[in-house]
Design a protein around this ligand. Structure first.
Ligand code: UD1
Length: 417
């Protein structure tokens, strides 16, 4: 098992470039299935989830070249329509291939998707939307088969909840469908707009990406395109929270500050100074954070659920009591038991975490339970005096490129063993 060994207690200081967004690149790799010719993606992060997405492409008979942060997919109709079970299990986002395979071939077979264990993560919204587009769905021996013999047909779809993944799957499934699909109550996350921008650049007819009403008029085919993946707002939030926790001051380049407004606001309430321009953010933290009376996760542009564990970890040494309400994922707090090993005083009551800030936390041995919970443990280890050991870092590698190197650039003492 690989571990991070971190000697904490130093404020982070310096400048860092943020990578491309994990949650954009995965649907974009999936979208490449809908095109003919070359799909060139720039600014792709080097992550195990991206490797898994490329393995899915390979299993479908599509070839690609990866050179540094560029991925070129030789887009064509897949040779088959089945995502192998071991790849489905590797990550939740494997479900993002459903819409594009079905939209391109008229059939898709998947098993239950894997990913972070954040509580029940059903795909009922995806399934009912694809049914509305004309897919027949059958379940056999743990496999879900989607079939639209005469192709998908556009329609009006109202989402009971603005699911990010379901919105992306509907867009992917509708891009080559007959007629017009309108998604009402669509997710508005920046990664959705990145997907629609990519598809539009390949010839798709889509309007409203990034708003709650998205209109997709199916076209006969999509051609080659080149696209640069947007910056990863959660990677940025992670280093910002780490700087805040350690009383540091850092500048992040290649970010989109307008996508981080809710995170900036929470950190300002905690006493940080935030200075931003078009594509940089500087965080200047006080020696000790102030408690934040109330933070609640919400769909975009609200406070992102993915940044919750990061903020909770930073607030564990704030002055006073903070209250955090998680409204998106039931089991987001699984990492808190591990965080308590550092001496953090956090009680949970259902979806609410009450964080009684302690003056100092101590170093600890702990294990990552999930991707963002793992990053929260790294933040605690950076704050704590002494040497901490964090195990199960495969979770972190799903979503952070070169985390140790980046942190060393900011003056942290961290190694992977
Ligand atoms: C995406 C992000 C993830 C982020 C989440 C919320 C990717 C690869 N992952 O995940 O990092 O935390 O958005 O911003 O982009 N739900 C259902 N039925 C469904 C679909 C979702 O009940 O069919 C529920 C989920 O269980 C969860 C909530 O809706 O409680 C949000 O899920 P969703 O927005 O779909 O998140 P993901 O697309 O899985």
């Amino acid at each position: 098992m690989q571990n991070f060994i971190i000697r904490g207690g130093r404020p982070l200081k310096g400048t860092l470039d943020i990578h491309g967004a994990k949650n954009s690149v995965l649907p974009l790799v999936s979208a490449a299935i809908l095109l003919n010719g070359k799909s060139v993606l720039h600014n792709c992060p080097e992550l195990s989830d991206v490797t898994a997405a490329l393995e899915i492409l390979k299993s479908l008979g599509l070839e690609y070249i990866k050179q540094g942060s560029d991925i070129t997919v030789f887009s064509k109709k897949p040779d088959n329509c089945l995502i192998p079970d071991e790849l489905m299990r590797k990550m939740r986002s494997s479900v993002m291939f459903l819409g594009s395979i079905l939209g391109r071939t008229g059939k898709a077979v998947i098993s239950t998707p894997g990913g972070c264990m954040l509580g029940p993560r059903p795909i009922d919204i995806h399934i009912s939307a694809l049914k509305k587009l004309g897919a027949k769905v059958t379940e056999n021996h743990g496999l879900l088969e989607f079939e639209a013999e005469n192709g998908l047909v556009g329609t009006d779809i109202f989402l009971d909840f603005p699911s990010v993944g379901a919105t992306e799957n509907i867009i992917l499934a509708s891009a080559l469908a007959k007629g017009t699909t309108t998604i009402h109550n669509a997710a508005r996350e920046p990664e959705i707009k990145d997907l629609t921008d990519f598809l539009i650049s390949a010839g798709a007819r889509i309007s409203g990406g990034g708003t709650d009403t998205i209109v997709i008029t199916g076209v006969d085919s999509l051609g080659s395109t080149e696209h640069t993946v947007i910056p990863d707002r959660i990677e940025a939030a992670t280093y910002m929270a780490a700087a805040a926790a350690t009383g540091g001051s850092i500048t992040l380049n290649r970010v989109n500050p307008s996508c981080l407004t809710s995170v900036n606001e929470a950190l300002k309430k905690a006493g940080c100074e935030i200075i931003s321009d078009d594509n940089t953010i500087t965080v200047i933290a006080p020696p000790r954070l102030k408690a934040v009376k109330s933070v609640e996760t919400r769909v975009y542009p609200g406070f992102p659920t993915d940044a919750g564990p990061l903020l909770i970890s930073a607030l564990s040494t704030a002055c006073g009591t903070s209250v955090f309400n998680e409204t998106i994922f039931e089991n987001r707090f699984v990492f808190i038991d591990e965080l308590s090993r550092f001496g953090a005083k956090i009680n949970t009551y259902g979806t609410v975490a009450v964080i009684d800030g302690v003056e100092n936390i101590w170093s600890a041995e702990c294990n990552c339970t999930d991707l963002r919970g793992g990053a929260a443990l790294v933040i605690a280890a950076l704050k704590a005096d002494g040497i901490s050991k964090i195990g199960n870092i495969c979770h972190i590698k799903r979503g952070y490129e070169d985390m140790p190197e980046n942190l060393r650039r900011l003056g942290a003492e961290i190694k992977e063993v």
